[in-house]
Design a protein around this ligand. Structure first.
Ligand code: UDP
Length: 237
């Protein structure tokens, strides 16, 4: 039995992560890989809440650049996160995990509305809770939703699953001399101008002393390593 470092986590997955190798939409194989990784940690007793992005389907900013009303576009983006949430819920349930999807915008026929106490009760019963619809407000991102929900449900940490294995001194996909940080403070992220989350999300995390771990979610077994406290990825605290 592994010692668990975290009892309750908030996992943030971007919409793009669900694309796998595709250019758009959802890759069912990627989803089922994620489901297996998530199952592994729930079976060890870790309580898992997930905030899912929508960038694989629609982003309000992109719509606005093409002349669309920004708020209208953000509503579309938030609904995109609900589509991803439903897909993820399906994959998790296929893997035998009990789940609930709660949305910040009410779609009662499809999902529960976000109710903090209910979410915490589901988590205590071992159900994975997926939060869709972002914060429910335009001009925010799902990173902000992730931090907000993490604080509300009293998660121990935010795990930001990405395709890179942490925070680097420069973009490792462009600069071969880039060096990875194992640990870094909120202050240093800001002073070095590093990009972890958008400023609103990052500041909210900092103000509430909520650590963020950025790690490569596409490598099998990494999620387990993170929750057992193995030093992979980069921890911001
Ligand atoms: N969005 C929003 N309010 C929120 C969260 C998301 O309006 O609280 C919209 C916004 O248009 C955003 C889109 O939903 O571009 C998808 O979310 P995000 O870009 O954060 O997804 P990710 O980059 O994680 O895939």
């Amino acid at each position: 039995m592994y010692p668990m470092k975290y009892k309750r986590i908030l996992l943030k997955l971007s919409g793009e992560a669900l694309m796998g190798n595709r250019q758009y939409g959802i890759d069912p194989e990627r989803l089922s890989e994620y489901a297996k990784d998530i199952k592994e940690i729930t079976e060890l007793g870790v309580q898992v809440a997930i905030v899912i992005g929508g960038g694989n389907i629609f982003r309000g900013v992109a719509g606005a650049m093409n002349g669309m009303d920004r708020v209208q576009g953000d509503h579309m983006g938030m609904l995109a996160t609900v589509i991803n949430g439903l897909a993820l819920q399906n994959a998790l349930e296929d893997a035998g995990i009990k789940t609930r999807l709660q949305t910040a915008i009410k779609i009662n026929e499809v999902a529960e509305p976000f109710i903090r106490r209910k979410a915490m009760s589901h988590l205590n019963k071992g159900r994975v809770v997926i939060f869709g619809g972002g914060t429910g407000n335009p001009y925010f991102t799902t990173d902000s939703a992730a931090v907000l929900r993490a604080i509300e449900i009293e998660a121990d940490v935010i795990l930001k699953g990405t395709r890179v294995d942490g925070i680097y001194t420069a973009d490792p996909e462009k600069d071969t001399n880039a060096v990875k940080f194992d640990n870094i403070s909120f202050k240093d992220v800001l002073s070095k101008g590093l990009k972890v989350m958008d400023t609103t999300a990052f500041t909210l995390s900092q103000e509430n002393n909520l650590p963020i771990i950025v790690f490569d979610m596409n490598k099998k077994g990494n999620l387990l390593k993170v929750v057992t406290g193995e030093n992979i990825g980069t921890k911001v605290k």
